[in-house]
Write a protein that binds this ligand. Sequence first.
Ligand code: ADP
Ligand code: MG
Length: 621
Amino acid sequence: MTEPTDTQQYSFKAETKQLLNILIHSLYKEREVFLRELLSNASDALNRLRFETVTNRDVLDLNAELKIHITLDKDSRMLTIQDTGIGMTKDEVIENLGTIAQSGARKFIEATKDKNTDLTSVIGQFGVGFYSVFMVAEWVRVTSRSFRKDDEAVMWYATGEDNYQIGHTDMSERGTKIEIKLKEDAAEFAEEYRLKNIIHKHSDYIGFPIYIGEAKEAVNKQTSLWRTSKQEVTEEQYTEFYRQTTLDFEDPLLHIHMATDAPVQLYALLYVASKAERGVFSLRKDDGLKLYTRNILIDEYNKDLLPEYLRFVQGVVDSEDLPLNVSRETVQSSGLMPKLKKVLTNQVMRELENLAKNNAEKYQAFWQEFGLYLKQGIASNPVDADTINPLLRFKTNLNPETWSSLEEYVSRMKEGQKEIYYIVGEDSKSVLRSPHLDYFHSLGTEVLLLTDPMDSFMLMGLHKYKDFDLKNVAQAEVDTTQKPKDQPEAEKIADIDFNSLVEHFKQVLGERVADVRASTRLYQSVARLADADANANPELQRVYKYLGKEYEIPKKVLELNPSHTMLKDLLNLEAGSELQNIIIEQIYDSSLLVEGLHPDPSSMASRVQQIMEAALKQKSG
Ligand code: ADP
Ligand code: MG
């Protein structure tokens, strides 16, 4: 190599300067991670070269060994890391080491404000890993030669201050060489035993041999974590791998490590995060799994390996069965994908079931974060309902604070109960006040509370669990010969009076209701709205509402409680008086309200005021 020629000076962007400043002056802990970052870059470059050669044989040094070579000189405090990877052109060097990473730098600087974050463990995830070299370097010189035969070699030099230099240079072999002059207090990184230690700790899994000095044997194990047998991987290693690849500061909720040979060969290492929402720093830009074939990354966000409802699962899948010469596009159409998907889906569902069985507490945490996805899965893949059903959890009127499975519900069912009851509503508080529950409350029958918008969608695919149909309490036929024991039966309004009251309701409400009639299943409530058509589908009505579709809610039947004191008092008012009329209006509006169907609740305010005024007048009058 000769001295670089026509060197030009460039200035780092403001954020990069700030970042370098932080790296150089405040991050002393675990400076060793700079080596992990440089080796990971070398490994990326080697991977990219390998991917390139799948389709392109016209590359420089086609047959050179894919490797990383480290040389050390303790006396001069020099450390050199050289790879035979894809290399960089001058423009790429400017782009990759000089100007990009702006957004990453900004995010990293943001992250340094949170004192709890262990920055060194995740620095690579900000796309600024290369700069971590300045934690230990007095100066750094990068020499690179692209795999494209016609491009010249390039040199980049910086001290971590404001500027960097770029020039042409001579280098005959393909790849990138990084020469580091270590700071005085970083001389340890020119010690062979120290480097070996760091490599074993952080970079053992790099899939290319790392040689130090003249040694013929690679320092690293060279097998990726997902290809390592389960017995040899510790919990810490699973967690570290997760953090490295996701930039999630929290530990994962679950990891699934699998290797199979039939019906397809695959290795997979999958994770479920502890939170559904991606962290602010997350670099995971999309759903999907990383798909490798024989250690070559062919797709970073593959969405064909799991059904959509498991899209919260992240991680790596590696299969030897995928042909090597597949492009990212043709992999989708390869007949192998459905097989991989089936194996992976079964495994994930099995692991979730095991978690539910063996660790209820952790499973609840999972359900709280990801239950939504499974519900959606039932709506969009009803054929999978049988495998998803056991994973569902519900709050109920009798157990409103804890999560129950359908199995638990069924095991608590009363003798003779033939259906699983549920009620749909806006939130569990208001739903518990629903008049549809009167009868069930009184008999102590358990009812699932479905208060999540996704529940209505789920119900479109969930009709049965085992032998039991699911039934909306609003529509359930009730056996009114069964009377609650502990409730004295209130005296009914005489038929003749009740009928005139019904007529009166009909007059006031007119076209707005399909009918007004007596109810046989109300105890505490005055009235309830029932569907006129026994086959109506209240879930679908809600789905339309959530989707914002123009949809006229079918007219309902207003059912009145013939034993309710309020109706008795209403009868005592002057027939056809204004007060009687507005109370009838309010009974109807309140029913709409608890049903979550009221189009404009605030419109009731003036009427409620009128009613209050009347009540106060009575008291004082
Ligand atoms: P990241 O690896 O997350 O992209 P880095 O700061 O570690 O961020 O590296 C910046 C970029 O510099 C890389 O994306 C890559 O394009 C380039 N680069 C770094 N090291 C090498 C190398 N050894 N060979 C080829 N390109 C490299
Ligand atoms: Mg990197």
